[in-house]
Design a protein around this ligand. Structure first.
Ligand code: PFF
Length: 454
C-alpha cells in the first residue's frame, strides 16, 4: 500500500475542520491562560513575550507542520509511526525512541496539568457561589492559599479531573470532542474579550499593555529565553507526539501548512488576550506580576467580584477553562493509549485505566509540592517546578529538535513533498527552516541557557 493510502486503526477526523478544532483544543489550554501570564510576569514582560512570539514563528510553526506530516504519513501511535517511517527510509529503528520520549513527556506533563486543572474546577464552584463578590485582593489571595494548602482538596479535584479525562479518552478522542470544541472555543474567546473590556476600565490598562509589549532586554536572562522557547512548544502541544497522533487521524486531502497556521494563530491570540486581561488587574490592585502559578487565581476573581453579573461570568469562565484544559489533557495521554492498544493488545478502556492510574499517582507529588513538601527543593525548585522545567523546557524542545531533524534530514524530499503538497516556494522555505534554522535555534537557546555561549 502506498504511504499516502494508509489508514489509522483508531479512526479519522470527519473533516479538515474537525482536525483544526481538535488540534486547537489540544493547543489552547492552561498553557495559554494560566501559564503564559505567570511566566511572563516572572520573566519581566515585553522582552520575554517578544522572544516567545519569535519562537512560535521560527521554531513552533515549522515543527508543527513537521509533526502533523509525520503523523499523517505513519498513521499509528507516535512510537510505531517513527519506527515505520525510519524503516521505509532505510534508517535506524532507534528513531522509535523519539516516540517513547514523547509518551514519557506526556505522562509527566499530565500528572501536574491535571492538578492545576483541578484548581480551575474548584474555582467553578467558588465563582458560581458568589464567594468573590466585593472581595479584596487580600481576601482573594487568602482563598487561593486555603485551597493549595489542603492536600485533601487538591487530591479530590485532581481525581475528578483525571476521571473526566480518562472517560473521554476511553471512548476514543473523536466522538464528542469535535462538537465540544466547536462550541466552547469561541465562547472562551468571547469571555476573554469581556475580561479585556473589564481590564480597560481598571485604570491600569496601559500599564498592563506596556508590561506585555514594551521589551526591556535587560530583564532577559539565558534561562528566560529557554523558558520562552519551552513555552512555545508547550502551548502548541509540540515535541511529544500529541499533534503527531492528531495528525494521524487527519484526512489525506487537507492542507497541513494552512491548518498549522490557523492553530498557531488561534493559540497565540488566546494567550495574548489572557495577558491583556490579567496584567491591568495586577497593576490596578498593586499585586505582584511575578506571583507565580497562582497568578490568574489571585487576579481574575477580583474582576469577577467587581463586575456586573460577575458570579455568572466567573462561573462560565472557569467552566470554559476547565474544558480547555480537558481538551488538552486528552491529547497528552493519547500517544500512550494508542501504543498500548497497538502493541500490547489492551482494549482502549483498560489502556486508559492503567495509564490514567499511573498519571494520577504521580500527580500526588505535585499536590504535595504546594503544601506538605513545599520546603523540599532541588536547585531552588519544588517537585512541581522541577517537573514543569524538565518537561516544558528540556524534553519538549529536545523532542522538537529531533522531529525537525527527522522531517528535514531523514524523511526523503519525495515523501515530505508528497505529504505536504505545498506550492514549491513555500515547501522550500519550510524545508530550509526545519533543516537549518529550527534545529540551530533550539541548540543555541540550550547552549545559551547553560552558559556555554552568550
Ligand atoms: N498545549 C497545552 C496548553 O497550552 O495548555 C498543553 C499541552 C497539551 C502540552 C498537549 C503538550 C501537549 F502535548
Amino acid at each position: 500500500m502506498a504511504a499516502n493510502e494508509r489508514q489509522s486503526i483508531h479512526g479519522q477526523w470527519s473533516s479538515r475542520w474537525a482536525f483544526v478544532l481538535a488540534a486547537t483544543g489540544s493547543a489552547v489550554g492552561l498553557g495559554n491562560i494560566w501559564k503564559f501570564p505567570y511566566i511572563t510576569g516572572e520573566n519581566g514582560g515585553g522582552a520575554f513575550v517578544l522572544v516567545y512570539l519569535v519562537c512560535i514563528a521560527v521554531v513552533g510553526i515549522p515543527i508543527m507542520i513537521a509533526e502533523v506530516m509525520i503523523g499523517r504519513r505513519g498513521r499509528q501511535s507516535p512510537i510505531n509511526t517513527m519506527r515505520l517511517l525510519a524503516r521505509e527510509e532505510g534508517r535506524h529503528p532507534a528513531w522509535q525512541y523519539l516516540g517513547w520520549a514523547g509518551v514519557l513527556a506526556g505522562f509527566l506533563i499530565l500528572s501536574y496539568y491535571s492538578v492545576i486543572a483541578g484548581w480551575a474546577l474548584a474555582y467553578v464552584f467558588r465563582a458560581g457561589s458568589g464567594m468573590f463578590t466585593g472581595a479584596s485582593a487580600d481576601e482573594i489571595g487568602g482563598l487561593f492559599e486555603e485551597l493549595v494548602s489542603s492536600p485533601e482538596r487538591l487530591l479530590a479535584w485532581h481525581t475528578i479531573f483525571m476521571v473526566m479525562t480518562m472517560i473521554v479518552v476511553s471512548r476514543g478522542v473523536r466522538s464528542g470532542l469535535e462538537s465540544a470544541v466547536r462550541l466552547l472555543m469561541p465562547s472562551l474567546f468571547v469571555l476573554l474579550v469581556v475580561l479585556v473590556g473589564y481590564a480597560m476600565n481598571t485604570g491600569a490598562f496601559l500599564d498592563g499593555i506596556r508590561f506585555l509589549f514594551e521589551p526591556d532586554f535587560s530583564k532577559l536572562s539565558g534561562e528566560s529565553v529557554l523558558i520562552a522557547m519551552g513555552h512555545a512548544f508547550f502551548t502548541l502541544s509540540l515535541g511529544m507526539g500529541a499533534i503527531m497522533i492528531y495528525g494521524s487521524y487527519m484526512p489525506q486531502y487537507a492542507s497541513i501548512a494552512k491548518t498549522s497556521f490557523m492553530i498557531a494563530g488561534a493559540d497565540t491570540v488566546v494567550a495574548l488576550l489572557a495577558g491583556m486581561a490579567i496584567f491591568p488587574i495586577v497593576f490596578a490592585n498593586g499585586l505582584e506580576p511575578g506571583a507565580g502559578p497562582g497568578l490568574i487565581f489571585q487576579t481574575l476573581p477580583l474582576a469577577f467580584g467587581h463586575m456586573p453579573a460577575g458570579a455568572l461570568f466567573g462561573l462560565l469562565f472557569f467552566v470554559l477553562l476547565t474544558f480547555a484544559a480537558w481538551s488538552s489533557a486528552i491529547s497528552l495521554i493519547e500517544p500512550a493509549v494508542t501504543w498500548l492498544v497497538e502493541n500490547r493488545g489492551f482494549s482502549r478502556v483498560s489502556a486508559c485505566m492503567w495509564s490514567g492510574l499511573a498519571t494520577w499517582l504521580l500527580g500526588l507529588g505535585t499536590i504535595f509540592s504546594f503544601n506538605v513538601w513545599s520546603d523540599w527543593t532541588l536547585f531552588g525548585k519544588t517537585f512541581f517546578d522541577l517537573l514543569d522545567f524538565l518537561t516544558a523546557n528540556i524534553m519538549l524542545p529536545l523532542g522538537g529538535l529531533f522531529i525537525a531533524i527527522f522531517a528535514g534530514w531523514i524523511l526523503s524530499r519525495k515523501a515530505s513533498q508528497e505529504e505536504l503538497a505545498m506550492a514549491r516556494v513555500w515547501y522550500d522555505v519550510w524545508r530550509f527552516l526545519v533543516r537549518y534554522i529550527t534545529p540551530v535555534a533550539v541548540v543555541v537557546v540550550f547552549l545559551n541557557a547553560i552558559g556555554v555561549i552568550g
